[in-house]
Design a protein around this ligand. Sequence first.
Ligand code: CA2
Length: 146
Amino acid sequence: MTAILILNGPNLNLLGTRQPEVYGTTTLNDIEKMCAQKAALLNIRVDMRQSNHEGVLIDWIHAARGSFDGIIINAGAYTHTSIALMDAISSVAIPTLELHLSNIHEREDFRRISYIGKVAFDLIMGHGAAGYPMALERMVEHLKTT
Ligand code: CA2
């Protein structure tokens, strides 16, 4: 069975509790449930995790080798800073999709730079929580064609 790892970076554990005007009112727990439902429909296995620590995210990416067919990552602010996460993704050579709740191209200039985007096969952004199940569909479609 196809297995997808969904990684969430710093501060995303606060989702639904602060800044609802930017990030919406859905919690990460709600999103995990949405992903589980979509996974059942797509007949895939999904494992969703969150960490505020760059090294933990890197360790999870390394450990994904041999266990997961694809990685969906909302790296939070590490998106715009972390060459280490970018290197981790290219080192495991697992198809990776970049995901954001907000449209990072329509916000501050510093959010336009994405190191994840340099190694991801696609980007889904600006759809809020709905972007997560969309990302699962996109990943499954991508894995079928590769
Ligand atoms: O739009 C996204 O998904 C982001 O990855 C979210 C990051 C931000 O740094 C990226 O530029 C875009 C921030 C996540 C912070 O999440 C919060 C959620 C609720 C309250 C406060 C922060």
